[in-house]
Write a protein that binds this ligand. Sequence first.
Ligand code: C2E
Ligand code: CA
Ligand code: CA
Length: 725
Amino acid sequence: MDKFVLKDDVLTNIITALDSTDTFYDTMKYVIKEAQRFLFTSNAGIYQISSDGSSLNLAVDYSSEKARKLEKGPFRADGFFLADDQGALVTTYSDLTESQKKIMDKLGFKTCVFVPIHINSVCAMYFAIIESRNEIKFSEEQIQFIKDVTMIVQSIAQRKVTNNSLISSYEVLREILSRIGSGIMVFDRNNGNVLFENDIAKSSQEYRRALKSVTENKMPDLDNLQFNLKPVEHYDARSGLWFSIKFSGLTWIDGSDAIVCNASDITLQKKNQQKIEYQANNDFLTGIYNRMKSETDLVKLLARSAQTGEKGAVLFLDLDDFKHINDGLGHQFGDILLQEIASNLQNIPMIRKHCYRMGGDEFLVIVDHDSYDGIDRIIKAIVSLFNKPWDLMGTEYLCTMSMGVAIFPDNSLDVNEIVKMADMAMYEAKISGKNRYAYYDSKKGINTSRRYDIENNMRQAIATEIEEFLVYYQPVINTENNECVSCEALVRWDSKALGFIGPGEFIPLAEYLGLITDIGDYVFEKACLQCKKWNDMGFPDFKININLSVVQLLQMNIVENIKNMTKRTGVNPKNLTLEVTESFAINDMDRVLKIIKEFKESGFNIALDDFGTGYSSLNYIKKLPLDVIKVDKTFIDDILTDEYAQSFVKLIVELSKTIGTKVVVEGIENEEQCKMIKNLGVNFIQGFYYGRPVSSIEFERNYLGKKLEGSNYVIEDEKKERLCI
Ligand code: C2E
Ligand code: CA
Ligand code: CA
């Protein structure tokens, strides 16, 4: 605590000793002890001087716990450390002569201050402040304090001697109260009249208002007033200052019951306290609340739910692929992105006070009871924040997120549990393809253990059993002549421990865990070798499409890496088509363009995968030097009935003609769809209608260099069907 405030405290306490009815000894004991609270020296005491003035006697003493006790005396009153006027004489050991030092040694003083106490104008005692451990230097403030205390001690002594009323001390009291660095007002306890106010209380409007507020608001309390009531804090809105107001009872000079109010300015302390609270509760990077604050807020909200049954929700957000944005593009970008997200979250009306950054790229939002009715709107607002790219330092980034929702009290009333549930739901959203949200589902609890199974086994497989990953190939057909012109490489995982797992289940997890680069490299190399083999077998123009995850593409050395693998396998890059998704394509356009151009210059083809899903903009297509646009299966599902889907496909076909790209439509499952797509002018089709993804052996046997007469390939046995999907 601020020493300044402590000094006022101490002086106010000492002043109350003025009308104490205790013995002189007890009163002095109290005063000295109080004084020590401010001074912190090893000892303090009151020495009486013998009537002939030749010797000193210790009358009252105080020694701090570890300090040497003061000698009782009597001993010779040596003039060199005694003051003979009203002042205080500070004596420091090293300034003394050898003989004086000896005397100090005997007394055990290193630094001492002796102030005379006059009774009936005669010096009768000394108030002594002593440091016996080492030499110290007193500040002006401390010396003034010692003098003030001496005056009070003198008044008490005088009063005890003359048994007088406080009238004799009034001048002293007034002088001291005026010098205290805080505002003082003395009120009559019975009628609230102001009996005294010091200069600060008189001249400063802020102090005046603070002190008056006590009588205006809290006077009723005064009936039960005891010494040292708890201080009251008062905020003066007009000046922006904070005050702490303390009370003590006192018998006033005219004998009336009075109350001393002492207002000290604690603005600085308050500000420091607020700063500390801010730091404890807010995230340093984004300024929004942090995890700790989320916990304290949840405790309160859950307690209310427990009582009233009212509902609320916890939304757990985790950015998709953020780690890779950070690694690939640099931390400044990552930091700005997090700040942008935080401030945009906070701008959503109903959750303004309940947005938290949990660390890394995780955010938490609490929907409190009052906003719960609007939860759908809140979720929609959050989701739509992530549907458009963020403008970071002039470039655009798309950063999607996965979100989990847990409801209280329904799911849990425990702070840790409810957050964990929202986290689990987030994870479900993430592994079911990212960029979506999911509600916590207790039945999915089993999935959590599966998720750990997959995670552990995947790490294991990558380290020692990479062959467990299989590359399957799905034919792409040119509808003009029904020839199989290329195929797409699609990974599967035939795990010894877990069985056959499709990419939909483990690819998002691999991306999340940062394992996708290992798997991706493996698939790439396999596909290259396969392509080289088929090219050498007499199909020199046959092409393979290979998927590149956004996470891979965000690696700094991606182009080098791909080029090296291509060289190693000897495949001609013109027969490789790299499939990138829209979500990559709309990140930092300059960078994406640079990477794609480098690929193109090295001879690779580029396909834009899943076109029409996420954030579509025809502008992007125009800007990128694409060879292929792959229209997503979602358009095909309703293509027979949905006119929008039909015109969309038509538009893409038209556009691609003008910019010289091919259009591949994915997910054609039946003849009707196939016909419709052909009518819309699409020439390349990939879908179960022509063939599912199959092993290289089967592909070679059934599709390589073959013409398919539009019939669905018949799956030979059930097992194969299971494996292929
Ligand atoms: P994608 O790149 O869009 O691949 C096409 C997916 O659609 C494949 O699913 C394919 O089996 C499926 N498909 C094709 N025709 C039809 C159809 O007529 N009907 C239906 N219902 N589905 C059809 P798959 O093999 O399960 O792969 C899912 C996704 O996993 C891929 O979507 C791709 O995003 C990812 N993926 C697969 N292999 C790799 C890989 O090696 N690397 C990376 N980064 N991602 C991969
Ligand atoms: Ca693909
Ligand atoms: Ca696709």
